[in-house]
Design a protein around this ligand. Structure first.
Ligand code: ZN
Length: 80
C-alpha cells in the first residue's frame, strides 16, 4: 500500500466524511493513509444512527449514508 502525502489523503480533503470512517472494520487502513480518490471499497458508519455501509472513498465524496438517504426519502413520501 502506498502512502499518500497528507495533502492528498482522504482525511485532509474530506474531514467531515472522514468522521464516518469505520476504523475498526477498515483496520489497518485509515483515511490519512488513503488517497481521496481511491476506488477500493471500505466501511463507513454514519454519525447520526450508526448505519454501516461499504463504498469507495471516491464515491463517498459525493454520497452519504444510503440508509439515512432512504429513510429521509420515505419520510417525505409518506407525508405527501
Ligand atoms: Zn445513516
Amino acid at each position: 500500500m502506498s502512502m499518500p502525502p497528507y495533502e492528498k489523503s482522504f482525511a485532509f480533503k474530506f474531514p467531515e466524511a472522514s468522521k464516518e470512517w469505520a476504523y475498526d472494520k477498515n483496520k489497518p487502513l485509515k483515511p490519512e493513509n488513503c488517497y481521496a480518490g481511491t476506488a477500493r471499497k471500505v466501511w463507513w458508519r454514519c454519525e447520526a444512527y450508526g448505519h454501516e455501509w461499504k463504498t469507495s472513498p471516491m464515491n463517498r465524496r459525493k454520497h452519504g449514508c444510503p440508509t439515512c438517504y432512504n429513510l429521509l426519502r420515505r419520510g417525505r413520501n409518506s407525508k405527501a
